[in-house]
Ligand binder design. Structure first.
Ligand SMILES: Cc1cc2nc3c(=O)[nH]c(=O)nc-3n(C[C@H](O)[C@H](O)[C@H](O)COP(=O)(O)OP(=O)(O)OC[C@H]3O[C@@H](n4cnc5c(N)ncnc54)[C@H](O)[C@@H]3O)c2cc1C
Length: 436
């Protein structure tokens, strides 16, 4: 009986385990997680912070016997070493487990910049349920909260923090908000919007040191590179994430930024696969490998990896690079090569910006082309065309004459999609090779 071991019990691990069970009713499945709680969704943490759900509401599967019913064995342990020659995993509790097929779905962890005082009481990332509990204890109405980082996760949690009634300051070392996803105009509009909502935002500014206090009684002192020192009862560190791949050192499994996989999510070692935030997956659309740490990728990669693990040869077509952000009610998007591709010139891009007076939302569209294909875009304040933007970028739709029309009027996205996409096939994530 084939034994599938899955390291990591987040969305990727859970979806892989369920997919394997669906297609291999008698195989043995072990799902290993190192957190104390049942498998949960980090995406739900903002709703927990807002009080919209309780901890149970974050659980990926609600039934108490869900995994037992599917004969998925759960193990709480931390994988410390993988020996691909003997096909065994060593855990921190001294135990070892043999596998026939292995899926690495260990996700990522918050980066910790080398800032003196980062380990002080009252400084927390916002990544796990344990972090959420710590944040909720300190983020009380009127508390001063300083958030380091205005990237994807930073922007997502701002809404929850402001709804808790805290006084929020955001410090971002990049020259704009969401600098790795948004261009200068979009990032600037998001900053203006946040400030209009009462959030103090410093861009181009670093946190240089944190002097411990005894929160909530004596505040932390946060020294900034602009010379200011701010007091805070809570500092949230949201400065990016890194794949959990350290335990694979010396395993012979190739890792670059993440665990390197081919289009079948298999690593360089036969029988060993990776999926989710820890994986550097092969993107057939662009012909390169990339880590794209968002949940839709975790889910799709897990499904494709699991099918391959049970012998159904399936290829991942694309690594989705979509980010739809809701920053205090302002919707922005970033798709694909939003900065444009190397060698592109002014003829390959178009921008439209409508600023609003008095702290209004404003709107912005920035489209990037390669030949007659829209390869990426940024938008702020547009909700109606999100699906179309995704369809055009991920489908690599040839626009023909519509490229020039979009350059005249970028708001014609829907018309361009309807006129061009027909017959070129919609992007559907993965393709089943047996059907070809
Ligand atoms: C606050 C917040 C909001 C987010 N919002 C969004 C959003 O709106 N949209 C979106 O697409 N994404 C969002 N994300 C990101 C999303 O949660 C991740 O992309 C997703 O969780 C990835 O799933 P995963 O299974 O690959 O990794 P994870 O969910 O991180 O699961 C991996 C699991 O493996 C465990 N593990 C790690 N190392 C080991 C080991 N050595 N042994 C055993 N177990 C191990 C980890 O502790 C963890 O439990 C958000 C994240 C956060 C923190």
């Amino acid at each position: 009986m084939t034994h599938h071991v899955i390291l990591g019990a987040g969305p990727a691990g859970v979806i892989a385990a369920e997919t394997i069970r669906q297609h291999a009713p008698s195989d043995r499945i072990t799902l290993v997680g190192n957190e104390a709680e049942p498998p949960y969704s980090r995406m739900a943490i903002p709703y927990l912070l807002m009080g919209n759900i309780d901890e149970r509401g974050t659980y990926l599967r609600k039934g108490a016997t869900h995994f037992a019913d599917l004969r998925i064995n759960q193990l709480q342990a931390q994988a410390e070493r993988v020996d691909t020659a003997t096909k065994t995993i060593a855990f921190n509790n001294g135990e070892a487990l043999a596998y026939d097929r292995l899926l690495i779905a260990t996700g990522s962890h918050p980066a910790s910049p080398p800032i003196p005082g980062l380990d002080s009481a009252g400084v927390h990332p916002c990544w796990t349920l344990a972090d959420a509990r710590n944040i909720m204890a300190l983020a009380q109405p009127g508390a001063r909260v300083l958030q380091m980082g205005a990237g994807f996760i930073g922007c997502i949690i701002m809404e929850a923090l402001t709804q808790r009634g805290v006084r929020l300051t955001v410090v971002e070392m990049g020259d704009r908000m969401v600098p790795r996803m948004m261009g200068p105009v979009a990032g600037g509009m998001i900053k203006d919007w946040c400030q209009a909502q009462g959030v103090q935002v410093f861009t181009g500014t670093r946190v240089e040191a944190i002097v411990p206090g005894t929160p909530p009684h004596t505040p932390l002192q946060v020294r900034l590179s602009n010379g200011q020192t701010l007091e805070a009862e809570l500092v949230i560190s949201a400065t990016g994430v890194k794949p959990n791949i350290g335990f694979l050192e010396h395993s012979g499994i190739t890792c670059l930024q993440g665990v390197l996989t081919d289009e079948h999510l298999q690593t360089n070692v036969a029988g060993v696969y990776a999926a989710g935030d820890c994986a550097e997956a092969f993107d057939k659309v662009s012909g390169t490998t990339m880590v794209s740490a968002i949940q839709p990728n975790a889910a799709e990669q897990a499904r494709v990896a699991a099918l391959n693990m049970v012998g159904q040869r399936t290829a991942l077509r694309g690594v989705t690079q979509i980010n739809v952000l809701d920053t205090l009610g302002l919707i922005s998007t970033s798709f694909g090569n939003w900065q444009g591709v190397a060698g592109s010139g002014p003829a390959d891009r178009v921008e439209l910006t409508e600023h609003q007076a008095n702290g209004g939302k404003g709107r912005h569209l920035s489209l990037q082309f390669k030949d007659d294909v829209m390869v990426g875009c940024n938008s702020v304040g547009w909700t109606e065309h999100v699906g179309v933007m995704r369809g055009l970028v991920e489908g690599a739709i040839h626009l023909g004459p519509w490229k020039e029309r979009l350059k005249q009027d970028p708001t014609q996205l829907m018309q361009a999609y309807l006129a061009s996409a027909q017959g070129q096939g919609a992007w559907n994530g993965a393709s089943d090779e047996r059907r070809r």
